[in-house]
Design a binder for this molecule. Structure first.
Ligand code: SF4
Length: 249
């Protein structure tokens, strides 16, 4: 049964089918009209997030935006947050990890435990990203992401509208079928501010110790957790439906 803010799984599937092939503006307009103010835009201040933010702001300047301040972000990412404040008048809501959890992590495992194994890396992401995300999405009906299918092998089945079983709300991915070329064309055409790291060879931006610039010809996610197998390269923020149910990769 569908109410104003609650959609059942059939309605979600119908919406995903309806929006396939439609531009991000159409999807974002629907999402904001349907869910605002109980919808939030997740931003890690990378190019895709800036495109989403610009489109959303043009539709509704009161759009709510949050970021996960893991405590390990690049200086350039904080500078981008300030540029958003200056250009759009949007105060990004930042969510920090639990102080006690980070203190225990660093005391017991050191400052680079994420390099030791996938499990240790996911443990750190769990503390610094996954738990704060749950708080950011608490009492919301929907969230918007800048995910694209071509970004990673873990994202090829992405739908434009999905039911996010991890958080019990709707997840909207307006750029799911967009190319990297679309993203940069939009940024240049609309004068959208972007993270300076992109000009230094970073196509994908995360925490400073887990992100590096890539060389020409490398995969766009090659600079994220570069010591790991590509199929494990998710931080747990984005759960993808797979044949057997839910994956937390
Ligand atoms: S990306 Fe790296 S530093 Fe950031 S939360 Fe994950 S493991 Fe920790």
């Amino acid at each position: 049964m569908e109410t104003k803010n609650r959609l059942d799984e059939v309605a979600v599937e119908e919406l995903a089918t309806r929006f396939e092939g439609k531009g991000p503006e159409v999807v974002i307009q629907w999402a904001l009209e349907h869910f605002h103010p109980r919808i939030v835009l997740a931003s890690s201040l990378q190019a895709e997030d800036m495109v989403i933010l610009d489109i959303a702001w043009r539709i509704n300047p009161d759009v709510r935006v949050f970021t996960l301040d893991t405590g390990r972000l690049h200086e350039e990412t904080y500078a981008s947050m300030e540029r958003v404040r200056e250009k759009y008048g949007i105060a990004i809501e930042s969510f920090f990890p639990s102080r006690e959890a980070v203190e225990a992590l660093e005391r017991e495992k050191g400052f680079y435990s994420f390099r030791q194994s996938v499990e240790e890396r996911k443990f750190c992401c769990g503390i610094r990203k996954v738990e704060p995300l749950a708080r950011a999405l608490k009492d919301r009906d929907a969230w918007i992401t800048g995910l694209r299918r071509e970004q990673a092998v873990t994202r090829t089945v992405l739908r434009k509208v999905e039911f996010d079983h991890s958080h019990g709300i709707i997840k909207v991915n307006p750029l799911a079928d967009c190319s990297e070329g679309y993203v940069w064309d939009y940024i240049r055409t609309h004068g959208v501010p972007y993270n300076a790291l992109h000009d230094l060879g970073y196509p994908s931006i995360g925490c400073a110790p887990c992100t590096r610039a890539i060389k020409q010809g490398e995969d766009v996610r090659a600079g994220r957790w570069w010591w790991e197998n590509p199929e494990s390269k998710e931080c747990g923020l984005h759960v993808t439906p797979v044949e057997t149910g839910q994956s937390t990769a």
